[in-house]
Design a protein around this ligand. Structure first.
Ligand code: G1P
Length: 315
């Protein structure tokens, strides 16, 4: 049994214990950085993006995390493993702060890895988790979506699953011109604040065909019934087996709810949003923030000014 992460609040007893993190994408949007490094390992300040996701799962009481990886993903396995040489060197130096930073990823949860083999889509990645997950509800967290660590979205979704059973997706209202980037949900009220019944789902619809402005963001709590649906879900948009298509079938049966999220979410899969995320989180860090914010103010002042002087903004 893994000790709970120090940052994890005491979680209530739950029926959901397992999280699945699909991490087999090619990361083409970040080439060449992702030529030999998985995109999930790109640093957000000083932690790889995927560590935030595992921390989020652990904070919601999920102590078993299955990574569904592909080729070239050894770095992810190594990151969530012990690093004895590094630990020994830091122990010898008495550097307990860095020692904790090195040990933390392996202590967050019991981490497992499986390979997807072929990149057949998100639905296929989730289906790869079937044997590990078994006949229990489970969470799916997509690595490109970083939910601010102060938010409690996943816990809220787990609570909705506990009370209403079935599957639960996280939804966020987005401007109509952005809906084509997401799975989109048709919804009706469910008699509870921020909770809706999902009546239909469509993957990345054109704006004029979108049933709403509710985008599916990368957090799901799924009933194991999704596996048998995924097994017979044909390739959909982009020739890939889409999780959205399987959930559409479950939604038609009335067993899918949505939790409407109004908090802070960062899309680290998008280059500009990735940069915004790094800057925002750096500004908020007590150890880095004060100096970095002061520099940022000077830098912005220079950008606004007539003559940007690079020497003045050097670190
Ligand atoms: C995936 C899902 C999509 C969802 C999105 C959230 O798409 O297929 O339904 O809205 O994640 O980030 P991707 O961004 O992997 O293309």
């Amino acid at each position: 049994m893994i000790a709970p992460h120090p940052s994890a609040p005491a979680a209530p007893a739950r029926t959901v214990r397992k999280a699945v993190v699909p991490a087999a994408g090619l990361g083409t949007r970040f080439l060449p950085a992702t030529k030999a490094t998985p995109k999930e390992m790109l640093p957000v300040v000083d932690k790889p993006a995927i560590q935030y996701v595992v921390e989020e799962a652990a904070a919601a009481g999920l102590d078993d995390v299955l990574m569904v990886t592909g080729r070239h993903k050894r770095a992810i396995e190594d990151h969530f493993d012990h690093a004895f040489e590094l630990e020994q060197a830091l122990t010898a130096k008495g550097d307990t702060v860095r020692l904790d930073a090195v040990r933390d990823p392996a202590r967050l949860a019991s981490i497992h890895h499986i390979r997807q083999g072929e990149p057949l889509g998100l639905g296929h990645a989730v289906l790869c988790a079937r044997r590990h997950v078994g006949d229990q509800p489970f969470a799916v967290l997509l690595g490109d979506d970083l939910i601010d660590p102060r938010e409690t979205l996943l816990s809220r979704m787990l609570g909705v699953r506990d009370r209403r059973l079935g599957s639960v997706v996280a939804l966020m209202e987005v401007p109509p011109e952005q809906i084509h980037r997401y799975g989109c949900a048709a919804v009706e009220p469910a008699g509870e604040e921020d909770v809706v019944r999902v009546t239909g789902l469509v993957e990345k619809p054109a704006r004029q065909h979108a049933p709403s402005r509710y985008a599916v963001i990368g957090r799901y709590v799924l009933d194991p019934a999704v596996f048998s649906v995924l097994e017979r879900t044909p390739p959909g948009r982009g020739g890939e087996i889409q999780l959205t298509d399987a959930l559409q079938e479950l939604a038609a049966g009335g067993t899918v709810h949505g939790v409407v999220f109004k908090g802070l979410r960062h899309d680290t899969g998008d280059k500009a949003d990735y940069l915004r995320t790094v800057v925002r989180l750096a500004c908020e860090r007590p150890d880095l923030g004060p100096e970095f914010v002061a520099w940022l103010r000077r830098f912005l002042g220079e950008l606004d000014g007539a003559r940007p002087g690079r020497r003045d903004v050097a670190a």
